[in-house]
Ligand binder design. Sequence first.
Ligand SMILES: [Zn+2]
Length: 284
Amino acid sequence: MSGKRARDKRKRTGDEITQATQKNKQLAGTCIFCQRSGDMSKQHIWPEWMQKIVEDFQPKTSHTTLGWFPEVDSYYNKKISNGRPGAQRIRKVCSKCNGGWINNEVEAMMRPIFTDIIQHNTNSISTENQFYLALWAVLATMVYEFKDPITMATSQLERDYLYNTKQIPDRRQVWIGRMNADPKYTQYIAHRGIKLSNSNDIKSENLTCNTSCTVFAVNELVIVVGKIPTFVQVFPFLGEVGGKLMPIYPTYKEQVRFDKLSILTSNEVNEIRNSFTSELNQYI
Ligand SMILES: [Zn+2]
């Protein structure tokens, strides 16, 4: 065997060992919330009960992530998948968390208002319901970021905070919107992670991104989660589309009338992430 071939063989063996180790780690897994190992469940990105509510609509889904790293003028785009919403799962949360507090203290709290909006049973969203919709969206963002960790903007400290307090960590804003239900976007998640320069928080939190905008759309309901870095004091207004969105966290109204919200087109929903990014240009 020539020297080169021997080296190649050693390299392959090394890669194989690395891959096997990574696979084992993944199978054993550590819960991103309680940090316990093993007993990992396959968390549905869209909860199973949600599938039943929207079953009359076309089961199409679109998930994309996008990273933006302006200091190196680098743009990264990934289409996660298209397919039945129920098929989208991530093995990052343990069964105890999934069937415990995530179900009881988050999803069960937002399920009634979520169902009522989707099924047109109500148009009135109370302060409490605004909070639980926001909490669910922030939690879903934390899980979804693991689909493509290069665009992750949530630190472990922030996941710990949500897990321990069932509250939303700082530097986040959540908006609600109403869109033209489009069969192509029956269930849609688009996540953009951004790295804003001059920031120490990336290093201290061991993250690739310090800023993010995540858009969830289910039939007519749109929820947007934004995270800004420590040195940005004001949340982006989101341009023209921002005028059609209503903040539900940390500022909120006593009551949001869903039927009184201006209707966003699917193009405008797509535009939300661009608006978020362009308004942060001054911090590059
Ligand atoms: Zn757990």
